[in-house]
Design a binder for this molecule. Structure first.
Ligand SMILES: Nc1ncnc2c1ncn2[C@@H]1O[C@H](COP(=O)(O)OP(=O)(O)O)[C@@H](O)[C@H]1O
Ligand SMILES: [Mg+2]
Length: 324
């Protein structure tokens, strides 16, 4: 559905995107993560055609966005819905009128536009708030109105730039449920820019880590999380904090991918090898069970315990480079 080929965007002497190539399947949710300044917003602006890339191709629903003239670009933009962190609504228009607006400017008659707007308001779960003005809505409700407005032109792609970072935990979960629903019911391809790993864990099928305008890691969430060596695995399934005086010397990582041991069996193996669990997590992300455990070992036995666990197929790393 979306294919980026060697995308570059240069602003003066800043290279915001430096050769980004990426494919995102139809009806999936793809998260773009990375530190501030990594190029996430630039990427989204290029996708919407708001910004012209310096180099590269952006294939979106079968068209190369980067190569379109102004007129075709305006048409193509209708296939892309966009929602920003601080959703910009017209304060003097009701929720319903805000949602209907994109159809009204493109010439749809008022009754049809409002009927469609009501449908979408219901879809986003606040069907009874159509007459409310933005000032009368909560942050989460305004975000829903923004999403409904982005969907009214029936886009193939929905781009969300930090859609939940201004919301409390309850509203965040509700918006994420909605995004999942939009993928499943409308078959829309969703790209979410976020700095919150929780968002990726909760809804994303795919994820890309950007750094200095380059892709550092990318793939299906289940694949990156199951690979102990990726940075994304560490940030998606982190070890809980250890007590400051902990003498844990090894980190053990395991997943429930075929052929690997899981849960109780791992704990048994650790005990048998002479390890003592200091902290750990076990959770399911994108269908993969992922465990991370920090263990203490008897003095001078760290290497022996590590070897025993590795022989059992577990991924073992030394803490503070105790074991290589
Ligand atoms: N319009 C612009 N003019 C000049 N530099 C820009 C512009 N937009 C972004 N940049 C620079 O490009 C880099 C990437 O920015 P951005 O895409 O906003 O990152 P992110 O969204 O990941 O925080 C930053 O160094 C930023 O300062
Ligand atoms: Mg940004």
């Amino acid at each position: 559905m979306i294919t980026l080929r060697n995308l570059r965007k240069v602003y003066g002497d800043v290279t915001a995107l430096d050769g980004v190539s990426l494919h995102i399947d139809k009806a999936t949710i793809h998260g773009i993560v990375g530190e501030s300044g990594a190029g996430k917003s630039t990427l989204v602006r290029c996708l919407t055609g708001l910004e012209r890339p310096t180099e590269g191709a952006i294939e979106l629903a079968g068209q190369d966005i980067a190569a379109l003239g102004e007129k075709d670009l305006r048409l193509a933009r209708r296939t892309i819905g966009m929602v920003f962190q601080n959703v910009h609504l017209f304060d003097s228009r009701t929720a319903l009128s805000n949602i209907a607006y994109p159809l009204r400017v493109s010439g749809t008659d008022k009754a049809t536009a409002l009927a469609k707007a009501q449908e979408l308001l219901t879809l986003v779960g606040i069907g009874d708030r159509g007459a409310a003005y933005p000032g009368q809505l909560s942050g989460g409700q305004r975000q829903r109105v923004g999403i409904a407005r982005a969907l009214i032109t029936e886009p193939d792609v929905l781009l969300l730039d930090e859609p939940t970072s201004a919301l409390d935990a309850g509203s965040t979960n509700a918006i994420l449920d909605l995004v999942r629903d939009i993928r499943d019911r409308l078959g829309v391809t969703v790209v979410i820019i976020t700095h919150e790993m929780e968002v990726v864990r909760a809804v994303c099928d795919g994820v890309t880590l950007l750094e200095h305008g380059r892709i550092v890691e990318t793939g299906r969430v289940r694949d990156v999380v199951a690979d102990a060596r990726t940075r994304l695995s560490h940030s998606l399934a982190p070890l809980p904090p250890l007590p400051v005086d902990s003498d844990a010397s090894l980190d053990v990582f395991f997943t429930s991918m075929p052929g690997n041991p899981t849960g109780a069996r791992v704990f048994e193996q650790i005990a048998r090898a002479g390890g003592d669990i200091a902290a750990g997590t076990l959770e399911t992300i994108d269908g993969v069970q992922v465990g991370r455990v920090a263990i203490s070992t008897p003095t001078h036995a760290t290497e022996v315990v590590a070897r025993a666990l590795r022989e059992n197929g577990l991924h073992v790393e030394g803490r503070d480079n105790v074991v290589r």
